[in-house]
Ligand binder design. Structure first.
Ligand code: SF4
Ligand code: SF4
Length: 273
């Protein structure tokens, strides 16, 4: 509270002891809960999203974690979700395995999701899907910002750049409650110190520093996989925006997305020098 931070509690899938609830309720916060414990949640992480009748609540954002193949095989279930929720965040869990031969498949998935969204817009429902609508609303980078705007406090009382660092190895900590956070080379997590990302306009990209560390051994150097997927989404957003305009659908605050001829900013890095 002294640092004026916003606290997001990530809940487990079982009931917390009443004493925990009392402490949590004593401070402003956001609740991120699994579907089984979704009462009073601000954000719900869906676990059984493939079922036809997922019970959704108004004014709650939903998060869906899925592999690319699972996503491809369950587009009908996603379409039913988009008919009910006001915001869905799809988190692809196997970005690291993405290869250039998967591009057509991913484009097809994004095209199908665009069709679903367009249907909803025609019915007057302004549903948001992170993969396709976030970029339309952004005029500058809006990334995860782990290690810069967000840090994680784990159940062991230690701080981490993000939960992934904790789950990978508890020894990745960046300090503890007693002495406060202490991030070595903290500047490396900032956009200003990411030479490729700072010239990129896939503004919705998570710019996942954990994945960078895994795939390029450098938290501020993005992987080809992450860049290509984000650019396919960017380009699909552009196409959707065009189709919306042709159908007379207007979203407040949308931004024009220009046409580009690359999918990985690293390939045109000479242009930016
Ligand atoms: S750094 Fe990556 S894994 Fe960590 S919270 Fe951000 S997007 Fe998620
Ligand atoms: S698409 Fe690549 S270069 Fe652009 S922000 Fe994402 S990770 Fe960085």
């Amino acid at each position: 509270m002294k640092e004026n931070l916003n606290i997001q509690f990530v809940y487990p899938d079982y009931n917390l002891p009443a004493t925990y609830d009392e402490v949590i309720e004593s401070i402003d916060h956001t609740k991120i809960k699994p579907q089984a414990q979704s009462k009073d949640a601000d954000v719900v992480v869906l676990t059984d999203w493939k079922q036809k009748d997922v019970d959704v609540q108004e004014n709650v954002a939903y998060v869906l974690r899925t592999s690319k193949n699972e996503l491809k095989e369950n587009l009908t279930a996603i379409n039913s979700l988009l008919e009910k929720v006001h915001r869905l965040n799809i988190v692809i869990t196997d970005v690291a395995d993405f290869q250039d031969v998967d591009m057509d498949d991913y484009n097809a998935i994004l095209a199908e999701l665009s069709d679903c969204l367009l249907e909803q817009y025609k019915k007057g429902r302004a549903v948001q899907l992170n993969l396709l609508t976030d970029r339309m609303m952004l005029s500058e980078m809006n990334n995860c910002n782990a290690g810069v705007n967000n840090i994680t406090l784990a159940p062991n009382g230690k701080f981490y750049v993000c939960p992934a660092y904790y789950y990978e190895d508890v020894a990745n900590d960046i300090g503890n409650l007693e002495n406060g956070p202490n991030i070595k080379n903290a500047q490396l997590y900032k956009l200003d110190y990411a030479p490729i990302c700072r010239i990129c306009d896939a503004f919705h990209c998570k710019r996942c520093v954990w994945q960078n560390q895994q795939l390029t051994l450098d938290c501020n150097t993005p992987s080809h996989q992450q860049c290509v997927m984000a650019h396919l989404e960017r380009n699909a957003s552009r196409k959707l925006l065009q189709r919306m305009k042709e159908s007379g659908i207007r979203l407040n605050g949308y931004q024009e997305i220009k046409e580009i001829d690359y999918l990985d900013p690293f390939n045109i890095v000479n242009k930016w020098k």
